[in-house]
Design a binder for this molecule. Structure first.
Ligand SMILES: Cc1cc2nc3c(=O)[nH]c(=O)nc-3n(C[C@H](O)[C@H](O)[C@H](O)COP(=O)(O)O)c2cc1C
Ligand code: SF4
Length: 785
């Protein structure tokens, strides 16, 4: 014992050192071994991309019976699980992930600082009982494979698109993919995964129910971050269903895809990369899938280009569709919410441009004869910008969602465009004229106008003036700028819940332009050239003017439809409502009516009457009939004013009490129609859009064989226009009219049956229309004309 003790005392130091070295070596050996194991067993491909492709293809489950397939995939999952499984299996679930950083506009900053080259790894998931979805999933695989190869050929440095992987949902462990995002391989830490989920719909118990239950569980598991998939680059879902048996979404068409989409929005922290797509297996599902895939591919390229999904509007990617319409549109705001909104906007006060001193100067008007829309105007050396970037007007307008183009033009997405993108109906112009709102761009080449109408919801933010005294931007600059601004805003909507993939794709090609935003489009000296540019791209033009610029109206070239706002029937009433800047406003107004009459066989002319109870409705039927008799417009739109609650309108004594009910608008229309007929003027009540509180009277010129033809044949319009340009053959509005849809006729309500109805409290347009008929009696409002 003493001997052993002596040896220990002599050798203890070297022994301890040797033991420590052994221990450290053993640990290092073990760690090295486990890392190489992870690398070889992971399903996550490692760039270079070709290697990734081989691995991903090997994971394609062979087409086989479900049983065989199951075995295959089980094997797969045993031998090639991601590192995530091992981590999760080791103990209780505890998944950490960072919530994505929000951008100012609501979402979609890339989830973490991207310091490594960005690689996008598409991962296709599908479920399929009778192989339809599986077939389509393989079609998508092929498309994404080709695009990845093409992208590689471009040789763009710093990242790229990896070859897609594919997984049958029945044979994966949900924990691997839907509890946390797969970890990027250590060789390419910048890899981000993009989930493309293709699912059929079954109203019986299938694996889809298991998946949905799992997503629910993950989201509601208190140990797990509610957005554990936020590290994904994004996701998109495509559903297959059968419209023959389940004709509408309310009846269950593609209901499970909708649910998966909703859960994924929650789990990813609102990273819907592309709108939910749906395909009817009985009607060109493949076409719908291909369109969706095209959009998805464009999104992938955008992600690679921009490093993330980019900006979305507030609420983009939200899980649940909100019934709240756009707060940014002030049309429907009551006093309180308007005040709140103003407060939120930092109390941005509304300033007339007339009152703004530019660059410290008084900005004395530079009179310009803008009837001669020539380039000489551009030479004006003193001209200032109408809306300089530094002006309060600029910030007020941009805060309201306008994109200011150049120095005096603007573009904005209207709430109907958003509604149509979500399959919830277009504006009344669809019912009356066939304009599909998601194809429509609302713009103006002049933010300035010469009135201060009490009901203008933009009032106070728009500049006013009687003469054009500003710098004139080129039509090319405006045209390209408004289009770019419009498309950018549309793109920001792609993550909004409920946006339909096919409508989103259609919206990327503008078909109509409503020149009716704030301001006065014909105020722009080069309006005719701007219209030319629209028409050259087969974009129809709906131009609204305020009957204050007869010279410009006279000089105006052909438009698809020419509106004149008729806000009152007599001088005093017009002065009170429009608060015109011109002293000779009534004379100007009258001259415009004469021009309209002269042009009525060239232009498709429309009176737009906005009824304000207590201002221009009572006792004015005779007055309006006089105006119609004078100008003989082709069509007369009668619309109840929508309350904007601005300080201006409040100052003018306008409250909710001034908003007429639909039944009151209808009663007015009936009375006006009777008066026109009494005078022997050939008009009739053609169509209605109860939802917008709007009714259309039309000249008998637009009735053929007893059927109203208030719609527009746009293709025909462009054909005729081209011919006119080529050989001077003139044409009349009747040459490009089309029959009005049955559901839009007076007495039918005007809601397109293809759209989904969303009723909000007290906003049921049908019941409003019904009530109107009850009040007015059957003989006043015929069932259908
Ligand atoms: C039993 C059964 C229930 C179905 N339920 C729905 C449904 O609720 N909604 C729907 O849109 N389609 C429904 N479908 C149609 C399927 O979603 C559609 O046929 C799909 O293409 C099947 O895809 P798969 O072949 O990949 O399994 C159902 C089909 C079957 C056979
Ligand atoms: S016509 Fe006006 S309201 Fe209708 S979709 Fe176009 S811009 Fe929107």
């Amino acid at each position: 014992m003493d001997g052993l003790l002596a040896i220990w005392h002599t050798w203890r130091l070297p022994l301890v050192v040797v033991f420590a070295v052994l221990l450290v070596s053993l640990r290092l050996y073990r760690r090295g071994k486990s890392r190489s194991h992870t690398l070889t067993t992971t399903s996550i491909p490692t760039p270079p991309r070709i290697e990734s492709h081989e691995k991903s293809i090997s994971r394609v489950p062979p087409v086989a019976t479900p049983r065989q397939n199951y075995t295959n995939d089980k094997e797969n999952s045993n031998t090639s699980q991601t590192g995530a499984t091992a981590k999760l299996a080791a103990g209780p679930k505890r998944v950490q992930s960072k919530r994505p950083a929000k951008t100012v506009t609501g979402r979609r900053a890339i989830s973490e600082e991207q310091t490594h080259p960005l690689f996008i790894q598409p991962v296709i998931f599908f479920a399929s009982l009778t192989t339809t979805t599986e077939r389509y999933a393989n079609l998508l695989l092929e498309e994404l494979r080709v695009v990845a190869q093409e992208y590689t050929k471009l040789g763009i440095p710093n990242g790229g698109l990896l070859l897609p992987q594919i997984h049958d949902i029945s044979y994966i462990d949900f924990e691997d993919y839907f509890a946390s995002a797969p970890q990027p391989p250590s060789t390419a830490p910048g890899t981000r995964y993009l989930y493309c989920i293709l699912v059929p719909t079954y109203n019986i118990d299938t694996v889809l129910n298991t998946l949905l239950a799992h997503l629910d569980e993950i989201h509601n598991d208190f140990r797990i971050d509610t957005a554990p998939l936020s590290q994904l680059a994004g996701y998109s879902v495509f559903g297959f269903g059968d419209k023959e048996e389940w004709p509408t979404e309310e009846e269950g068409f593609c209901s499970q895809a909708k649910e998966v989409d909703r859960w994924m929005a929650k789990l990813t922290g609102r990273k819907r990369a592309y709108p939910l797509g749906m395909g009817d297996v009985k009607n060109d599902a493949e076409g719908s899938l291909r369109k969706w895939s095209e959009g998805l591919q464009e999104t992938i390229v955008d992600i690679l280009r921009n490093g993330g999904l980019g900006e979305g509007v507030p609420g983009s990617g939200d899980a649940v569709e909100s019934d709240e319409e756009d707060l940014e549109d002030m049309e429907y705001l009551d006093d309180e919410s308007y005040a709140a909104k103003q407060k939120k906007m930092g109390g941005a006060t509304m300033v007339d441009l007339e009152d703004i001193k530019m660059n410290g100067q008084s900005g004395a008007p530079i009179p310009i004869d803008f009837t001669t829309a020539g380039p000489t105007i551009l030479a004006e050396p003193q001209a200032k910008e109408m809306v300089p970037k530094t002006s309060p007007t600029y910030s007020a307008l941009t805060k309201q969602g306008y994109t200011i183009v150049g120095s005096h033009s603007g573009v904005k997405i209207c709430r109907w465009t958003k509604s149509a993108l979500r399959g919830r109906g277009s504006c009344y112009k669809y019912s009356f004229y066939g304009i599909r709102s998601h194809l429509c761009m609302e713009a103006t080449p002049s933010l300035s106008c010469s009135n201060k109408c009490i009901f203008c919801w933009r009032h106070g933010t728009n500049p006013v003036g009687t003469t054009w005294r500003w710098k004139v931007d080129s039509p090319e600059l405006i045209f390209n700028g408004v289009k770019e601004g419009h498309y950018k805003k549309i793109k920001m909507l792609k993550g909004v819940p409920g946006v339909r993939a096919e409508r989103f794709a259609e919206a990327m090609q503008i078909r109509h332009c409503a020149l009716s935003l704030v301001g006065e489009p014909i105020f722009y000296p080069r309006i005719n050239r701007f219209l030319d540019m629209l028409h050259q791209e087969r974009i129809s033009s709906f131009l609204v003017c305020n009957a204050q610029h007869p010279d410009q109206l006279e000089a105006l070239n052909r438009v698809t439809q020419l509106y004149v706002s008729i806000d009152a029937s007599n001088r005093e009433s017009l002065r009170k409502i429009d608060r015109p800047l011109h002293r000779d406003f009534w004379e100007r107004f009258q001259r415009c009516l004469d021009i309209l009459r002269e042009k009525r066989h060239i232009q498709r002319t429309v009176f737009r009457l906005t009824l304000v109870k207590g201002f221009n409705v009572e006792d004015e039927v005779m007055g309006y009939a006089n105006l119609v008799e004078k100008a003989l417009p082709g069509l007369i739109e009668v619309k109840g004013v929508t309350f904007c609650g601005t300080s201006t309108s409040a100052g003018a004594g306008l409250t909710m009490k001034n908003v007429p009910f639909y039944e009151e608008v209808s009663a007015f229309v009936v009375a006006l129609n009777n008066e026109l007929q009494r005078r022997g003027l050939e008009y009739g009540i053609a169509a209605e859009h109860a939802h917008s509180c709007c009714v259309l009277l039309a000249s008998e010129r637009f009735r053929v064989n007893g059927k109203w033809h208030t719609r527009i044949d746009y293709d025909r319009f462009f054909e005729l226009l081209e011919k006119e340009k080529a050989d001077g053959t003139s044409f009349a509005p009747e040459d490009y009219m089309r029959e009005t849809e049955e559901w839009a006729l007076w007495g039918r309500g005007g809601f397109n049956p293809e759209d989904e109805r969303v009723f909000r409290k007290g906003r049921d347009a049908d019941s409003r229309a019904r009530k109107a008929r009850e009040i007015l009696g059957a003989e006043m409002v015929p069932e259908a004309v």
